[in-house]
Ligand binder design. Structure first.
Ligand SMILES: C[S@@+](CC[C@H](N)C(=O)[O-])C[C@H]1O[C@@H](n2cnc3c(N)ncnc32)[C@H](O)[C@@H]1O
Length: 196
């Protein structure tokens, strides 16, 4: 089971560490669209209807609804270390009628998914919160299909934000190739491909 973080909710909200579920509402503020809208982020994933897509650290599902909408014959898998975040995302997706979603609690090193499962994996403002990043990236590489893409987004102002160089070092060390990059005033998305 994941270890409980000894820091307070406000310390974790304002500083480094796992984003507290008690503040999940701040991730759903409509003005967030001005920094990065769900439509823009999902567009960067180049989804097909039947894809299997893993979102790591979905929180309350700000981007998940748009992802589920694009997968009418596929499936979205949400994988978060906090059960409260998964429950929040589930409520929002069920309310909108999405049944093409699985919910998995993260914990431990190995992902509970078989090799070569996902066409796409994406994370938004998550990687910096992950304690065992090297292991996570190995697991991402293992569970991605050949030709699949992992998309990592970091936003300015996030206390856990990783720089482009840190992302490149992490993902290329796991054998993934940098494929595409999107940079705006508000943040950065880098896509890496699992080459044949
Ligand atoms: C800042 S929130 C971002 C949520 C969402 N991606 C968004 O942008 O609205 C970070 C999320 O990553 C989750 N998280 C942190 N460490 C994780 C880990 N090791 N595995 C899975 N999820 C993790 C947190 O529980 C939280 O829901």
């Amino acid at each position: 089971m994941p270890q409980k973080d000894p820091k307070s909710v406000s310390e974790r909200f304002a500083g480094k560490g796992v984003f507290p579920y008690q503040m999940a509402f701040t991730l759903l503020i409509p003005l967030r669209r001005l920094l990065l809208s769900p439509a823009t982020l999902i567009d960067r994933l180049d989804l097909a209807d039947s894809y299997h897509v893993l979102e790591i650290g979905p929180g309350p599902g700000y981007f998940s609804i748009e992802a589920a909408k694009h997968l009418p014959q596929g499936k979205l898998y949400l994988y978060d270390i906090q059960q409260e975040m998964l429950d929040h995302a589930r409520r929002r997706l069920v309310k909108r009628g999405y049944t093409n979603v699985e919910y998995h609690r993260a914990g431990g090193a190995r992902f509970p998914f078989a090799d070569n499962t996902f066409d796409r994996i994406f994370l938004v403002t998550v990687m910096g919160e992950v304690a065992n990043r090297d292991v996570y990236v190995q697991e991402i590489a293992r569970t991605l299909k050949t030709g699949g893409v992992v998309s990592v987004t970091e936003m300015k102002g996030d206390p856990d934000k990783l720089e482009e160089g840190e992302l490149n070092a992490l993902f290329t060390a796991a054998g993934l190739e940098k494929y595409r990059q999107y940079r705006t005033f508000a943040g950065l998305t880098v896509n890496y491909k699992k080459a044949a």
